[in-house]
Design a binder for this molecule. Structure first.
Ligand code: FE2
Ligand code: FE2
Length: 319
């Protein structure tokens, strides 16, 4: 089932949704004024633009995907989004150090999976599932855009990891389908984008970053960086999620999704580091800075989502 357009969250998303809904073939989208590129209005507008390249919306014609006015308008949002991310990340070209840092367990053990492992409740888990559904129901899709942009060993190994994410040729084993099973078993809807109106902007910005890196050839280094980083942090964080869900007596489908990632991502980490990333930076050393940008930006956006959700839960508990 294809989703319908979301509800606007501010002037930019309102303008965009109005144009898409009314099928104006010559949209007069004025140059957007962006104060905070991470604001949920901007992020919803970007998410909506990118969705036209995935499954689209039932109430929007497919022609919009390549509408030049819309693409120009989207580019303004992307430029500000990238500029902001460059301003909050340390940057540089030390790929090895940046990657090695990801394998260190933070002494203070902060972050979503640590929170869940220690004290997460079932209601919090449901909130998290809804937020994560913005990505996991299209798991591996943003990365797939990068395949034609890579060459050689990096490309072959990248595809091997994607093959696993897509269930190794078995529809019912695709990670997006396993996440759908998780949603259903948790009593939530497994429908694609069903919770788009409910999730915070922070749950859109991390997926937008993936879509942007996938859709821009110039950001292929950043895509390899964010993909590698994801695989490195996912195996241990999935193990903590398994522990949390087991403690909560969650349905087996919920545990299965994360249990699958404990094993798969430990393997994916090795392939991404040794076969994809190493080959990419040997082949195209000028991409080192972009790799670091991808790793750091993904980490920044992930921790922003975790902080937002945990603070919201804490303030609800204190009220
Ligand atoms: Fe996966
Ligand atoms: Fe993976």
């Amino acid at each position: 089932m294809t989703a319908i357009l979301p509800s606007p969250r501010g002037p930019l998303s309102e303008q965009l949704i109005d144009v898409l809904q009314n099928d104006r073939s010559n949209p007069k989208l004025p140059r957007p004024i962006i104060d905070d590129p991470l604001d949920e209005d901007v992020q919803l507008a970007l998410y909506t633009c990118y969705e036209l390249h995935y499954r689209g919306f039932a109430d929007v014609t497919a022609d919009w995907e390549w509408n030049p006015d819309l693409l120009r308008w989207r580019a303004y949002l992307e430029v500000e989004f990238r500029r902001f991310l460059r301003s909050v990340t340390s940057g540089g070209d030390d790929v090895e150090r940046t990657i090695d840092q990801l394998t260190l367990v933070p002494a203070e053990e902060v972050g979503m999976s640590f929170h869940m492992q220690r004290q997460g409740t079932w209601d919090q888990m449901l909130d998290l599932f809804k937020a994560r559904s913005m990505y996991h129901l299209k798991e591996a899709d943003p990365h797939a855009w990068s395949i034609p942009r890579l060459t050689g060993q990096a490309k072959a190994a990248f595809v091997a990891v994607e093959f696993d994410e897509y269930g190794g040729g078995r529809g019912e084993r695709m990670h997006s389908v396993l996440f759908g099973d998780l949603m259903e078993a948790a009593g939530l809807s497994r429908d694609y984008l069903y919770y788009l109106d409910d999730v915070p902007g922070q749950a859109l910005s991390n997926v937008n970053f993936m879509s942007m890196c996938g859709l821009h050839r110039g950001l292929r280094g950043a895509m390899v960086g964010l993909f590698t980083a994801g695989e490195i942090v996912n195996a241990p964080s999935s193990r903590r999620m398994v522990e949390a869900l087991t403690r909560l007596g969650a349905p087996s489908e919920c545990i299965r999704f994360y249990a699958e990632h404990v094993e798969a991502d430990a393997m994916h980490e090795q392939v991404m580091r040794n076969d994809v990333l190493r080959d990419l930076i040997e082949r195209e050393p000028e991409l080192r800075r972009d790799v670091v940008f991808g790793v750091e930006s993904a980490g920044y956006l992930e921790s922003r989502l975790a902080t937002h959700l945990i603070e919201r839960w804490e303030s609800t508990a204190a009220a």
